[in-house]
Write a protein that binds this ligand. Structure first.
Ligand code: AMP
Length: 278
């Protein structure tokens, strides 16, 4: 596996690959890799010739300095995992390599960035579009692979791709869960054994809502789900929404895709999860 820390060297390497007719797939991550990330890499390996994984804990998408500071950064074990997954290229830049001083520009992709996660984490998606635009610019991937785990992020980046008419194909990969159903996340390392137990209420609730989807109104389902999560000790619900899968506004009878999304604090850790209902 080749490891690059500068934009220029990576760009040069990929330009040569492109000249040789190779397609490039990008898997952007913030590291602390788990099987969710590895599944994205496996999908990228199947669909493109040269797979680039980026590991960059992007400061501009954090609105909580403490969250940024305690974000796990186990780079040596990440490199091992990437080698085992047969990743071709790791891009692991410093903050100075990615950002100039006082960069405040951002893209306005419309209302999507202010809903749900955007409401609790103002500016989060501005940081996400900022860094992904930079990564797309440096790497010029043919395809980019994102997890459904961050459903709203996929919509936000897809909207950016559409608005800027970027020549990259977006691929959304399914959520990888552990045996109990908990969606894998780099933040799960912060969960105590008790927290982990309590956190299962999120996927249990999503499964219950999916099972009951045909039998209740959306308002009833939301009420059931909220009550179920609120009854779990150690869990503080941020939001539970049943949304239109395209706009993320509350689902309507004519919504062609409907998704349930949840965010909650479990112990000191904020978790998100979602499930496509139909
Ligand atoms: P992160 O490192 O958390 O920024 O995630 C990098 C990419 O991995 C994003 O596209 C996430 O949606 C995706 N991802 C994170 N957790 C999972 C998971 N449990 N299953 C599938 N994809 C995931």
């Amino acid at each position: 596996m080749k490891i690059f820390t500068t934009r220029q060297k990576l760009h040069e390497y990929l330009a040569e690959m492109r000249l040789n007719g190779k397609t490039t797939g990008l898997v952007p991550t913030m590291g602390a890799l788990h099987n969710g990330h590895i599944s994205l890499l496996a999908t990228a390996k199947r669909q493109t010739d040269v797979v680039v994984c980026s590991i960059f804990v992007n400061p501009t998408q954090f609105n909580d300095a403490n969250d940024l500071e305690k974000y796990p950064r186990p780079i040596e074990s990440d490199i091992e995992k990437l080698k085992n997954a047969d990743c071709d290229v790791l891009f692991n830049p410093t903050v100075d390599e990615m950002y100039g001083p006082n960069e405040t520009w951002h893209l306005d992709i419309g209302p999507l960035e202010h809903l749900l996660e955007g409401r609790t984490r103002p500016g989060h998606y501005q940081g996400v579009t900022q860094v992904v635009a930079k990564l797309f610019n440096i790497i010029e991937p043919d395809m980019a692979f994102f997890g459904q785990k961050d459903y709203q992020q996929v919509l936000v980046i897809s909207r950016m791709v559409e608005l800027l008419k970027l020549p990259v194909k977006m691929v959304m990969c399914p959520i990888v869960r552990d045996e109990g159903g908990l969606a894998m996340s780099s933040r799960n390392v912060h969960l105590s054994a008790d927290d982990r137990q309590h956190a299962l209420v999120l996927s249990k609730t999503l499964n219950m809502v999916k099972e009951q989807y045909q039998h209740h109104t959306l308002a009833e389902l939301k009420e059931l789900a909220t009550a179920f999560i609120n009854s779990e000790p150690g869990v503080i619900l941020d939001y539970f929404e049943i949304a239109d899968g395209v706009t993320l506004l509350p689902a309507q009878p004519d919504s062609t895709k409907v998704v349930a999304l949840v965010a909650a604090r479990v112990g000191n850790t904020r978790l998100i999860d979602n499930m496509i209902l139909g």
